[in-house]
Write a protein that binds this ligand. Structure first.
Ligand SMILES: [Zn+2]
Length: 345
């Protein structure tokens, strides 16, 4: 599906049939010589076919397309390495490229799952089975791009690292990069100040609450980052938000307020879970099992993958509440970390 947003700007919706997300948006900015595709879709036949058809319809050759990736989640980045021609550039952020570019790095987090109450057998299974997404990533190219970036050298491959305040001039439009970490560690938005457009990736979506994950073992405070990034985009003058999923929308400021409210409500919910059973310590998975999730099956029927994601969302909240001094944690002799609520003084 192609939707014309403005002259030379198109939204191309790519299907994700068996995922609850249903579809992912890519945006094509058509330039005189080179065009820019914002996000690529997932590396699967339906996306590839739909993207190829759309480019053909718009009379654009892949060799003339560069890719700008808002974040390195597989629905946004998966297809880029496969589609990008030798003459194409793929712009990605440094924190995520540095993380994924190290082979085997992804395994580290899983081991920490055990201290959050995750079943050891499941943790071991996760470590054994390399995620499909990673099998197709050009890890060497990504590593090379990060090295070139840190040494301030010109990148040799297709992949180029992109940070805050860089400019892309395509046709009549001039886009600026804005770092908005939270949903992922190096998430980037693109802002067009003339038309007041915000290409938002998964930073703000109209009807979906972007997941904020703290993966076990990770040393970040992603919810704190996310709330700061919400303030950052709330301060922009925006006419139209062009998000990574679902339809474009207008009231970005109202949506930022709703998202903040959602996280505050979840914080209250976690506080009340911590206060049950006389306020005795609980591990993060136990807390996650008592939070209300916005997906149909009851907790007992969650797949282990879903439980892992719920755990990561819960950890993001616990970390933020610890930072606010509303929660403390203790690693006990059984190797499991227990969380406690700290009442207001
Ligand atoms: Zn997404």
């Amino acid at each position: 599906m192609i939707e014309k947003i403005l002259p030379g700007i198109f939204r191309i919706e790519l299907p994700l049939p068996d995922l609850s997300l249903q579809a992912v948006n890519t945006y094509l900015l058509k330039g005189k010589k080179r065009s820019l595709l914002i996000d690529s879709g997932m590396n699967r036949p339906e996306c590839k076919k739909a993207l190829n058809n759309a480019l053909q319809e718009l009379d654009i050759k892949l060799k003339d397309v560069d890719f700008f990736i808002t974040h390195l989640h597989e629905d946004h980045f998966g297809l880029a390495p496969e589609m990008a021609a030798a003459s194409s550039k793929i712009y990605i952020n440094a924190p995520e490229a540095a993380f994924w570019g190290v082979p085997g790095r992804w395994k580290e987090g899983f081991a920490h799952g055990k201290r959050n109450g995750f079943p050891a057998a499941e943790v071991d299974r996760f470590i054994r089975e390399t995620p499909e997404f990673l099998k197709n990533l050009p890890l060497e190219e990504m590593k090379g791009a990060v090295e070139a970036y840190t040494q301030q050298k010109a990148p040799r491959g297709r992949i180029q690292i992109c940070g805050e305040g860089e400019t892309f001039n395509i046709g009549a439009y001039s886009l600026q990069t804005i770092m908005t970490p939270g949903h992922s560690s190096g998430h980037l938005c693109l802002y067009e100040p003339q038309q007041k457009l915000l290409f938002a990736g998964d930073h703000i979506l109209e009807t979906i609450t972007p997941a904020i994950f703290l993966w076990p073992g990770e040393d970040r405070n992603p919810l704190r980052e996310y709330l700061a990034s919400l303030d950052k985009v709330a301060a922009l003058d925006v006419n139209l938000v062009l998000p990574g999923h679902r339809r474009p929308f207008k009231d970005h400021f109202g949506r930022v307020l709703e998202l903040k409210k959602h996280h505050l409500q979840r914080e209250h919910e976690i506080a009340s879970v911590l206060n049950t059973d006389g306020g005795g310590g609980k591990n993060a998975l136990k807390i996650a099992s008592r939070v209300s999730w916005n997906i149909p099956p009851p907790w007992e029927q969650f797949t282990m993958e879903l439980k892992w994601m719920a755990l990561a969302e819960t950890l993001a909240h616990l970390k933020f509440m610890e930072y606010q001094k509303r929660v403390t944690s203790k690693l006990l002799g059984d190797g499991i970390e227990y969380y406690y609520y700290v009442p207001k003084a």
